[in-house]
Design a protein around this ligand. Structure first.
Ligand code: NAD
Length: 258
């Protein structure tokens, strides 16, 4: 039977890849995130063409608790249940701590951490009602280890690991699992855009930027793909993963083994 799947921040990158994976599996999808209206319409129809399920778009801003509440209610309203919640929306800002703007800190904590409190807060009653559910948090290698100049991002992602474990314990007897996926570098549009500028600034080739700058910490020297992350999410959402809860799947080319 088609599941009802909400994916925050799914108009681009990893979230879009996860939406494609669940759509191919025949599920009903609620897309969310920012973008131009025409691009969002294209994403809705492309994802809708991948399987037998339906696709809708909800514009909730992950900094606005009321809009987040409505995103979760919308999945129940439209599809009659909420089976899988993927907390994926996220932003980055890089700066030494003493120059880090307080408003950037607040924005990153709101989008990368607090929004998942709100989605989970509203999703758990719906999942308890149906006696099953899957909560999948797209975290990062930065939920496990740090890098300099990313204080808000690393703090939020470490917070997501704590939230994952805590909620997993609270809902364990209700057929609901809560897990994290911790990717290393993924070549999303966001990362791709930085490559030409970095190459120019450092006087090196784009290939050298990928290998020696972006993938410096990633032993395989390869990017993780959005399809690989979607496969992990589909596994965590499957019946086979019933006993997998309160933990994470690292997909980081060996980064956090060092
Ligand atoms: P992306 O920029 O391609 O996508 C981010 C998505 O979040 C977009 O759909 C965007 O519209 C949405 N978004 C941003 N602010 C929002 C808001 N206020 N409300 C609703 N939606 C909002 O980035 P991505 O690389 O696909 O990142 C997705 C997630 O994966 C993030 O949580 C990120 O931290 C995590 N991640 C990314 C990488 C990587 O290398 N790209 C690595 C590890 C973890």
């Amino acid at each position: 039977m088609a599941r009802s799947v909400v994916i925050t921040g799914s108009t681009s990158g990893i979230g879009l890849g996860i939406a494609e994976g669940f759509a191919k599996a025949g599920d009903n999808i609620v897309l969310n995130g920012f973008g131009k209206e025409e691009d969002i319409n294209k994403a809705v129809s492309k994802i809708g063409s991948l399987g037998d399920g339906s696709v809708i778009y909800h514009p909730a801003d992950m900094t606005k608790p009321d809009e987040i509440a409505d995103l979760i209610a919308c999945a129940e309203r439209t599809f009659g249940s909420l089976d899988v919640l993927v907390n994926n929306a996220g932003v980055q800002f890089v700066s030494p701590i003493e120059d880090f703007p307080a408003e950037k800190w607040d924005q990153i904590i709101a989008i990368n951490l607090t929004s998942s409190f709100h989605t989970i807060h509203h999703a758990v009653p719906a999942m308890k009602k149906s006696g099953k559910g899957r909560i999948i948090n797209v975290v990062s290698a930065h939920g496990l280890v740090a890098s300099p100049f990313k204080s808000a991002y690393v703090a939020a992602k470490h917070g997501m690991m704590g939230l994952t474990k805590t909620v997993a314990l609270e809902v364990a007897e209700h057929g609901i699992t809560v897990n994290a996926i911790c990717p290393g570098y993924v070549l999303t549009p966001l990362v791709e855009k930085q490559i030409p500028d970095t190459a120019k600034a450092r006087g090196i080739t784009e290939e050298e930027v990928k290998r020696d700058v972006l993938l410096a910490a990633q032993p395989t020297k390869e990017f993780v793909t959005t399809e690989e992350i979607a496969s992990a999410a589909l596994y965590l959402a499957s019946d086979s993963a019933r006993q997998v809860t309160g933990t994470h799947i690292s997909m980081d080319g060996g980064w956090t083994a060092q």
